[in-house]
Design a protein around this ligand. Structure first.
Ligand code: ADP
Length: 458
């Protein structure tokens, strides 16, 4: 304790055994010593680990001791009273210890790859991490004059041209503001402004069900340039491959069909040609679905061109389109269109595609002599479309997964010819989400399924 340094004594008999004494120092005061007797496996490089441990131990001891101590005047004003100098010293020590421990989180955040800033509600900056200083090109002089608004000004783009409006919206709604900012030299940053809330009284910040009030803003910038480049590369590749494949597939399709009309070919060959034609049809359909999904994923949500669409009319047209396919399986299509359905803002082509696919599936995954019901329902804020069948149904464990690309459920009794792509429902989901809507499914094996989507009313 006098030397305030670690002392190590190796055993005479064995090199890897040692007795170690470490001072426990807190706020520059040696409050005790830790004695460790290591019987085996001691290495010199363990010394720094032990020292870090002893520093933490010293802090814990001091914290516990001070918190548990019965101070005669535990209230804060007692530190201003004339009585106890010792009291004041202890409280100062406790506060010092707590502040020091809290500074760890700030130090830790300087290691984060993201740029962070914390600002009080009046815009004063409370903390800016290393990454943010670099990204915003701030020196210590700038930092002194900087506030939240000036900081965000440094990241203005065409899309994010009035930072103050974003801040106001976050304050008003309590929801985070998120956007992607594109800069020259192909740099893309994703920005998030979050309103941090803390409990009104002394409850833990991790508790749920407590009343919280706004405390500060957390600003985060993430560099997503590499991610964006990858996405673009992937999408370019998909488009290139799809277009390259489309031409040969169309030729195979066309020529195989033409050859089936030849009279001088054997029955076997005709059968093979039929298979070639069917399989190339399937490949063409997969490609077209794949391209639709890729296109939808790529496009910005604002890019879907919306106009007033009368959903009842779309349902009518889809039902007519599928009349023939349904008849082949002796399936009855029933329309239950709600009388008063206001128009929705939508891309008519895409919505038609979504409903068509749901009806197509309902017919495909139902046995003969059943029915498919298409309903339109008006809800308070939404317009809902249900497509219901009395078909094979989908096991509960699969119901989440069917919305993923290429996911297919194997149904007993499903015709081999009806092999499909597993892309359709992911396309439907993408279309509905582009319209700020939601998709859902209810299904029971052996009884049928109900696929629904809802889109906000105009
Ligand atoms: P596909 O184009 O292969 O039909 P989807 O994405 O549309 O792909 O559907 C994925 C899987 O979900 C299908 O393989 C099918 O098993 C199941 N599925 C979709 N619709 C229904 C339905 N109405 N009834 C039963 N199963 C369905």
């Amino acid at each position: 304790m006098e030397s305030r340094s670690t002392i190590i004594q190796n055993d005479k008999t064995s090199e890897d055994a040692a007795q170690i004494a470490l001072p426990l120092i807190c706020n520059d005061v040696a409050i005790g010593a830790l004695y460790v007797d290591v019987g085996q496996d001691f290495q010199r490089k363990d010394q720094s680990l032990l020292e870090a441990f002893s520093r933490q131990l010293a802090r814990n001891l001091q914290r516990n001791e001070l918190r548990n101590k019965e101070l005669p005047h535990k209230t804060w004003w007692s530190s201003f009273s004339t009585y106890s100098l010792e009291n004041r010293l202890e409280i100062t020590n406790l506060v010092h210890g707590i502040i020091r421990e809290q500074s760890f989180s700030a130090a830790a955040s300087s290691y984060l790859k993201e740029a962070h800033a914390i600002a009080y509600l009046d815009g004063t900056l409370a903390y800016v991490n290393q990454r943010m200083k670099k990204l915003a090109n701030l020196n210590s002089q700038d930092l002194n004059e900087m506030d939240l608004f000036k900081l965000l000004e440094r990241f203005k783009t065409d899309v994010f041209n009035e930072p103050i409006l974003a801040i106001r919206r976050v304050m008003q709604t309590g929801d985070s503001f998120e956007c992607e900012l594109n800069f020259a030299a192909e740099k893309t940053l994703s920005l998030q402004i979050t309103l941090v809330k803390i409990p009104v009284n002394d409850q833990s910040i991790h508790e749920t069900n407590v009343i919280k009030i706004p405390a500060c803003f957390l600003i985060t910038f993430r560099d997503v340039t590499a991610h964006k480049e990858n996405e673009k590369l992937r999408s370019d590749l998909v488009h290139l491959m799809s277009h390259e494949l489309r031409t040969p597939i169309t030729s195979i399709q066309g020529f195989a069909e033409m050859l089936t009309y030849e009279s001088e070919i054997s029955e076997d060959s005709r059968e093979y040609l039929k298979i070639i034609a069917e399989e190339s049809n399937r490949a063409a359909k997969t490609l077209s679905n794949f391209l639709s999904v890729a296109n939808l994923e790529q496009s910005d949500k604002q890019e879907v061109i919306k106009s007033p669409v009368k959903i009842n009319r779309v349902v009518r047209e889809v039902a007519e389109d599928y009349e023939k396919a349904a008849k082949c399986k002796r399936i009855r299509i029933v329309e239950q269109r709600s009388k008063y359905i206001p128009p929705i803002a939508a891309d008519q082509g895409l919505i038609t595609k979504a409903i068509s696919h749901l009806v197509d599936n309902a017919i495909r995954y139902s046995p003969e002599r059943s029915s498919v019901i298409i309903s339109t329902i008006l809800e308070t804020d939404f317009l809902r479309v249900d497509v219901e069948d009395r078909g094979y149904g989908i096991p509960r464990s699969e119901q989440e997964k069917i919305w993923q690309k290429f996911y297919r459920v194997a149904h007993d009794g499903q015709d081999k010819q009806e092999e499909t792509t597993g892309l359709g429902l992911s396309m439907v989901k993408e279309i509905i989400e582009q319209h700020n809507g939601e998709v859902s499914v209810q299904s029971e094996v052996g009884r049928g399924s109900r696929f629904s989507f809802k889109i906000p009313r105009l």
